[in-house]
Design a binder for this molecule. Structure first.
Ligand SMILES: N[C@@H](CCC(=O)N[C@@H](CS)C(=O)NCC(=O)O)C(=O)O
Length: 228
């Protein structure tokens, strides 16, 4: 089995879970963006992450991939048994992050050109999207104010998913500043040995909070790179 990924991208949670569970899955790093690998050829939805099974079947989307990976080792704390409330809560957070954080707020903020052909409208879209991103993080900030993790008292696949988006927050500067519970969550996430090992294996980010303006042969600008 193979995980198709890209450094620091939304494939990172799947990479972390592979390491948490010590699964025999190869992580293949692709290059996103102009001049990078052709994701349309490699993945079912033209995006990372994707899992390629040994028979060639491809599965896309974290909402399917993270539970699928956890189900390779049933009974661990990373997920919960079918039919339980905790399993539904974990999937609920994954759905929320996927739609409200990523799709509804982060993407328009980073790729305003997808929402208007008029370049003079882009700053307004960015500004509105950052406001929306802050609002979308509010329930998560509230949950993490008195809990270490999203569900129960343990790290789950929902935290792995959230962790990569929270790692982008410093990139937004003042607009997303002051989310203290999320900042503490991020420190807990980044301190996990599996997260550190996955970051080391993926190599330096071509973009990101610590290096938002790094030049890259494969990307035209930093906004594109955290975008997804
Ligand atoms: N909702 C998807 C999002 C996947 C996604 O947007 N992936 C981005 C990378 S972070 C991608 O592959 N973008 C294609 C590109 O940049 O060419 C998930 O969480 O699995």
């Amino acid at each position: 089995m193979e995980l198709l990924a890209s450094p620091g991208a939304t494939s990172f949670p799947a990479h972390v879970i592979i390491r948490e569970l010590d699964l025999p899955i190869t992580v293949r790093l692709l290059r996103l963006g102009t001049g990078g690998d052709d994701l349309a050829q490699e993945t079912p939805l033209g995006r990372v992450p994707a899992i390629r099974l040994d028979d060639g079947t491809l599965i896309g989307e974290n909402s399917a991939i993270l539970p699928f990976l956890a189900d390779q080792r049933p009974g661990t704390d990373l997920f919960a048994p079918a039919g339980t409330v905790e399993r539904a809560q974990i999937q609920s957070w994954i759905g929320y992050v996927n739609s409200e954080i990523h799709g509804a707020a982060q993407r328009p903020g980073n790729r305003p050109h997808l929402y208007s052909d008029d370049p003079s409208a882009h700053d307004g879209i960015r500004k509105a999207a950052r406001k929306r991103l802050r609002e979308a993080y509010a329930p998560i900030e509230a949950r993490l104010t008195d809990h270490d993790w999203l569900v129960g008292d343990r790290f789950t696949i929902a935290d792995a998913y959230l962790g990569v988006f929270v790692s982008y927050l410093p990139h937004y500067g003042e607009a997303l500043a002051g989310l203290d519970a999320l900042t503490r969550f991020s420190a807990r996430f980044e301190a996990r040995p599996t997260v550190q090992a996955a970051r080391a294996a993926e190599g330096p980010l071509p973009f990101g909070p610590s290096n938002p303006r790094a030049p890259s042969a494969n990307h035209t600008n930093s906004q594109e790179k955290i975008s997804a």
